[in-house]
Unconditional design. Structure first.
Length: 168
């Protein structure tokens, strides 16, 4: 029997230290899921804006989960310890997950699900580059996909709308 997930809450992922994170722990939270890389030209801008968004909206029920991926030009080659140190030096305080694949045969099941729900431009089910962002509502449903070149600040109106929605 094939398991058909109904929301992101049906998944368990690993954090950067190898601990299991059951996404059911985030029920009722607005989530941003983002694939990150330390050596990408988009890194400074994305991490800076995401951290500012996190600081402003976390008290209202927003969480950001960052998933390092080395699938794009080898731009996240570091060990977990090196990635932790890098984001610490950047002042990033939102949770880091274990390094994953966002495309291909060994794609992380959570990312496979998000790509199925929100396939992206021209129905492609691939992630094009680092810093693709999925915005997930309080019911655990991905509602909007933002490409690598869409700045995190462009997400703010939708984040605010989702934070103001009541869950039934």
């Amino acid at each position: 029997m094939n398991f058909e997930p109904k929301s992101v809450y049906d998944f368990t992922v690993q954090d950067i230290k190898g601990q299991s994170v059951n996404l059911k722990d985030y029920v009722g939270t607005v989530l941003i899921l983002v694939n990150v890389a330390s050596n990408c030209g988009l890194t400074n801008n994305n991490y800076g804006q995401l951290q500012a968004i996190y600081e402003k909206y976390a008290p209202e029920g927003l969480e950001i989960l960052a998933f390092p991926s080395n699938q794009f030009a080898g731009q996240e080659p570091g060990s977990p310890e090196e990635i932790i140190q890098f984001v610490k030096n950047k002042g990033v305080t939102f949770p880091l997950m274990a390094k994953i694949n966002v495309n291909g045969q060994d794609v992380c099941p959570l990312w496979k699900y998000c790509k199925k729900v929100l396939p992206g431009f021209l129905s492609t089910k691939t992630i094009k580059w680092n810093f693709t962002k999925f915005l997930v509502d309080r019911k655990g449903i991905p509602v909007k996909r933002y490409g690598p070149y869409e700045e995190p600040n462009s997400m703010i109106p939708e984040i605010e709308r989702l934070l103001n929605e009541k869950i039934n």
